[in-house]
Design a protein around this ligand. Structure first.
Ligand code: F3S
Length: 755
C-alpha cells in the first residue's frame, strides 16, 4: 500500500553513521530507543548529549498517521499551510465513527450514511495533498499501520494515543495532537522531551494459556497507570525474541495504559517473518543488513541497570494469565486469584458479554487461538454462557480469518462479528439496555476499561484479558472460572475441561484480501476540490487568524478568572462536542464552559461587562467579539493540562481572546497557544492573581517591544477608578514572537510557500 521504500532506504543508509555519532556523543553503549531517537534528530550538529527527562529536542519523524476523529482539525489546519503536498508520508484511517450495533455490514452502511460529509472531506483532502486514505471498514488505524507502514528503526507520530502499537515492529511511535501532526506534515520539526528509559527484560518463553497480553497486564500491575510517564519502555531478552511480532504490538499498544511515551522492541526474526508475511520482504532484507543497529547494544542488555533508569524482569515461563480491572487497567489479578478477588470485592460474577479484537488484540495469532477454544464448544458439548463479539482490526485480517473458517466457527456458537473499526472500544457500542445503568460484568481484549468507556454505563465492570482468556470466560459466563484448572458441565452432564489454546503466529496459507479499502492519493492533486458543504454543521474551512495589529493592546476585558484546575477538558469539553471537532465556530460554543469562575464558584456563569448581566462564557465572549473588544483569560496553576487537543487554544483565538495569563501552564497547551498566535503569559508574582477584579479592563502596554526574556507590563483598570500595574512573564523565543506577530505559526509557513 505504497509504503515509502525510498524513505526507508535513505534512513537505513544513514543509520549506522548516526548511531556511531550518538555513541560517541553519549560516550557509552546505546539502547535501541537512543539509537532511533538520535537517528531522527532534526539537526545533526549537537555537541552535548541530551538529558533524559529534561532536554527538549527537535525530531524529524518518518511518518504521520491520523484517525478520522482527530484528522479533521489537523487537516483543516494543514490546508492553511500553503503546501501542495504533505512533507512526510501520511495516512488517514476511518475507524472511530462506526457504531457497533447489529453486525459488520449493517453498521458500516449506517456509519457511511451518517458521517458521509466527514468521510467525503477526509477522502478529498487526502487525495489533494498526497495522503493515503483508508476508507471506513478498511480497519483500525494501528492494525493497518502495523500491516502496511511500521518498520524497524522508524519514527512515527499519530493522532491517537495507541499509535504506540507500532513499537511491535521496532519503531518509536508516539501519540500526539492534531497540531503536531499538522506541523510535521507541513515540514516542521517535532519537539519532544528526551524521555527516560525503562528496560523490561523478558526471560523464558510463553506457553499454554499465557500470551503477550499477559505480559503487559503484568507490567501495568507493576508500574500502574502513571508508572511509564515521560519514559520509553524498551523490551529485550530471550522472551522478547521468542514472541510474535503482533504479540509485541499488543504489549506496545497497552504501553499507553501505563502512561509511557511509547514502547519498543529490537528487530528480530519475528519482525522479519511478519514483514515478509505482509508483503514487505524488501524491508526485511534491508533491515537484516543493518540489524545490529536496530536493537540495543549487547552491553546494554547484559547489564541493563547501568543504562536504563528503571529495570523490570518478567519470567515468561511462570507468567500466569491475568484479568485487569474493573475500571482501571492496572488492577492486575492473576486468573488463579480472580475468584477470591471478585467475591471479596463484590464484583458481579456473571459475565454478560465477552468481546475480542480491537486495535490491541486482533492479529491472526489472537483470533486463531480464540478460535481453538470456540471449536471446543461444539466438540465438548458446551455452549456460550455470555454474548460474544469479534472486532477484526483490519479487512486483511477479517478476510483471512473468514477464508480460514474461523468466522464460521465463531458464527456457529452464536458470536457477532462487528465492523473492522473501533466500535465498543471507544464507546461506539449501541449496547441494548446500557441506559438502565445496571451493575454488570463484561470481559474484553481491548486496552482501556475506565467507567463508561465501552457502553456508557458507569456500572459496567469491564475486565481486560487476552482474547483466549476472554473467549474461555465467555464460554463459562462466570468471572470466578479459572480455565486452567476448572471444569464446565456439558450437555450430557459431564464435567469437561477446555484444552489449552493453540494457534498460528501467521496464516499458514498467507494473508489474503479482496478489497483492502485503500485509496491512493492523486499524483497531482492541484485539480482536486476539497469537499466541505458551506452549511455543514460538522466541518468548516478555517480562515487564517489575523496578524497582530502592531500596537499595544488596550481596553481588553477580563473574560473569566478561572479558579483551580482548568484542564483542556474544562477549556474544550469532549463527549457530545466530539462531533464538532472539524467545525471551529460550532465547537467554540464549548469554550471554557467547564472552568470555575473565581468570583462566584460557578461554571459557565460570568459577568458580561457590557451589559452587567451574567451568562455563558462563549456567549459573553461572542458579545465582546461583536463589539470588537479583545479579552483576557486569567487562570491558576498548570492551566491546560490534560490532552494535547489544539481546540483548547484555537477556540479562544477564534472568539477574540487575546491573552491567557496564568500562574503556570501545562507545557503543550502553552505551545499550542503560541502556535495559534495568542499571548501565553505567566504572573511574575503569583500573588497578583488576587489583584484581578470582575469588572477589570486591561492594557498590555509594552507589547511593541515584545522580545525574548523581556517581561510585559499589564495595567489593570478597576471599576472604582483605581489601577494596578503588574509584570507578566513569557517564554517566547524570537521565532515564536514571529508567530504571534503573523497571527499564527501556520501564517508564517503559508507566507514561505507563497514566496
Ligand atoms: Fe480504536 Fe480502541 Fe484502538 S478506540 S484505536 S480500537 S484503542
Amino acid at each position: 500500500m505504497a509504503f515509502d521504500i525510498a524513505m526507508i532506504q535513505k534512513l537505513y543508509a544513514a543509520f549506522p553513521e548516526r548511531v556511531a555519532a550518538a555513541r560517541t556523543l553519549i560516550g557509552k553503549p546505546l539502547t535501541l530507543t537512543e539509537k532511533i531517537l538520535y537517528a531522527h534528530l532534526w539537526e545533526n550538529n549537537h555537541t552535548t548529549p541530551f538529558e533524559r527527562g529534561s532536554s527538549y529536542v527537535d525530531f524529524a519523524p518518518d511518518r504521520v498517521a491520523m484517525q478520522d476523529a482527530t484528522a479533521q482539525m489537523a487537516l483543516l489546519q494543514f490546508m492553511q499551510s500553503g503546501r501542495t503536498k504533505v512533507a512526510v508520508p501520511s495516512t488517514v484511517h476511518c475507524d472511530h465513527l462506526i457504531e457497533a450495533k447489529e453486525n459488520s455490514a449493517v453498521d458500516l452502511n449506517r456509519a457511511v450514511n451518517e458521517s458521509s460529509e466527514v468521510y467525503d472531506f477526509l477522502s478529498s483532502v487526502s487525495n489533494k495533498y498526497g495522503i493515503g486514505f483508508w476508507k471506513p471498514g478498511a480497519g483500525i488505524i494501528h492494525q493497518v499501520v502495523l500491516e502496511n507502514y511500521a518498520f524497524p528503526g522508524g519514527m512515527m507520530i499519530g493522532t491517537d494515543s495507541h499509535t504506540v502499537n507500532a513499537g511491535g515492529l521496532g519503531m518509536i511511535a508516539i501519540g500526539v495532537g492534531g497540531a503536531d501532526a499538522c506541523d510535521v506534515m507541513a515540514g516542521l520539526p517535532w519537539e519532544l522531551k528526551m524521555p527516560k528509559l525503562i528496560g523490561v527484560k523478558l526471560t523464558g518463553k510463553l506457553s499454554g494459556w499465557a500470551s503477550a497480553k499477559d505480559v503487559i497486564l503484568k507490567v501495568a500491575g507493576i508500574l500502574t497507570v502513571k508508572g511509564g510517564t515521560g519514559a520509553v519502555v524498551e523490551y529485550f531478552g530471550e522472551g522478547a525474541t521468542s514472541m510474535s511480532c503482533t504479540g509485541k504490538g499488543t504489549i506496545c499498544n497497552m504501553g499507553a495504559e501505563i502512561g509511557a511515551t511509547t514502547s519498543t522492541f529490537g528487530y528480530d526474526d519475528s519482525m522479519s517473518r511478519y514483514l515478509k508475511a505482509t508483503g514487505r520482504e524488501e524491508i526485511a532484507n534491508m533491515a537484516d543488513a543493518i540489524k545490529e543497529h536496530l536493537t540495543g547494544d549487547a552491553d546494554v542488555y547484559a547489564n541493563p541497570s547501568a543504562y536504563f533508569d528503571q529495570v523490570i524482569e518478567i519470567d515468561l515461563n511462570t507468567l500466569e494469565p491475568h484479568l485487569n480491572g474493573p475500571f482501571t487497567p492496572d488492577l492486575a489479578t492473576p486468573i488463579s486469584k480472580m475468584k477470591e478477588a471478585a467475591l471479596a470485592n463484590g464484583w458481579p460474577t456473571k459475565i454478560e458479554v465477552g468481546l475480542i479484537g480491537s486495535c490491541t488484540n486482533s492479529s491472526y495469532e489472537d483470533i486463531s487461538r480464540a478460535e481453538s477454544l470456540a471449536k471446543q464448544v461444539a466438540a465438548k458439548g458446551l455452549k456460550l454462557n455470555a454474548e460474544f463479539t469479534i472486532t477484526p482490526g483490519s479487512e486483511q485480517v477479517r478476510f483471512t480469518i473468514e477464508r480460514d473458517g474461523f468466522l464460521d466457527t465463531f458464527g456457529k456458537i452464536g458470536a457477532t462479528v462487528f465492523a473492522n473499526a473501533c466500535g465498543p472500544c471507544i464507546g461506539m457500542w449501541a449496547r441494548v439496555g446500557a441506559e438502565k445503568a445496571e451493575k454488570n460484568t463484561i470481559v474484553h481484549s481491548f486496552n482501556r476499561n475506565f467507567a463508561k468507556r465501552a457502553d456508557g454505563n458507569p456500572n459496567t465492570f469491564a475486565f481486560v484479558g487476552s482474547p483466549e482468556i476472554v473467549t474461555a470466560m465467555a464460554i463459562a459466563g462466570d468471572l470466578t472460572f479459572n480455565p486452567l484448572t476448572d471444569s464446565l458441565q456439558n450437555d450430557k452432564g459431564e464435567w469437561v475441561k477446555l484444552d489449552e489454546p493453540s494457534g498460528y503466529e501467521l496464516p499458514p496459507r498467507g494473508f489474503a484480501v479482496d478489497d483492502p479499502g485503500y485509496q491512493a492519493p492523486a499524483e497531482d492533486g492541484s485539480g482536486v476540490t476539497v469537499k466541505v458543504a458551506p452549511d455543514s454543521k460538522r466541518l468548516q474551512i478555517l480562515e487564517p487568524f489575523a496578524a497582530w495589529e502592531g500596537t499595544d493592546l488596550k481596553g481588553l476585558k477580563l473574560l473569566i478568572k478561572a479558579k483551580g484546575k482548568c484542564t483542556t477538558d474544562h477549556i474544550s469539553m469532549a463527549g457530545p462536542w466530539l462531533k464538532f471537532r472539524g467545525h471551529l465556530d460550532n465547537i467554540s460554543n464549548n469554550m471554557l464552559i467547564g472552568a470555575v469562575n473565581n468570583f462566584n464558584d460557578k461554571t459557565n456563569f460570568i459577568k458580561n461587562q457590557l451589559t452587567g448581566e451574567y451568562g455563558a462564557v462563549p456567549d459573553t465572549q461572542r458579545a465582546y467579539k461583536a463589539a470588537n473588544i479583545g479579552s483576557i483569560v486569567v487562570g491558576d496553576e498548570n492551566y491546560g493540562e490534560g490532552s494535547s487537543r489544539e481546540h483548547a487554544a484555537m477556540e479562544p483565538r477564534h472568539l477574540g481572546v487575546r491573552a491567557v495569563l496564568v500562574k503556570s501552564f501545562a507545557r503543550i497547551h502553552e505551545t499550542n497557544l503560541k502556535k495559534q498566535g495568542m499571548l501565553a503569559l505567566t504572573f511574575a508574582d503569583k500573588a497578583d492573581y488576587e489583584k484581578f477584579q470582575e469588572d477589570d479592563t486591561i492594557d498590555i502596554v509594552n507589547l511593541t517591544a515584545f522580545a525574548p526574556n523581556e517581561p510585559l507590563t499589564m495595567v489593570l483598570h478597576h471599576a472604582d477608578g483605581t489601577t494596578d500595574t503588574i509584570q507578566v512573564n513569557h517564554t517566547y523565543n524570537q521565532q515564536q514572537i514571529e508567530w504571534f506577530k503573523a497571527g499564527a505559526a501556520l501564517n508564517i509557513i503559508r507566507r514561505e510557500f507563497a514566496a
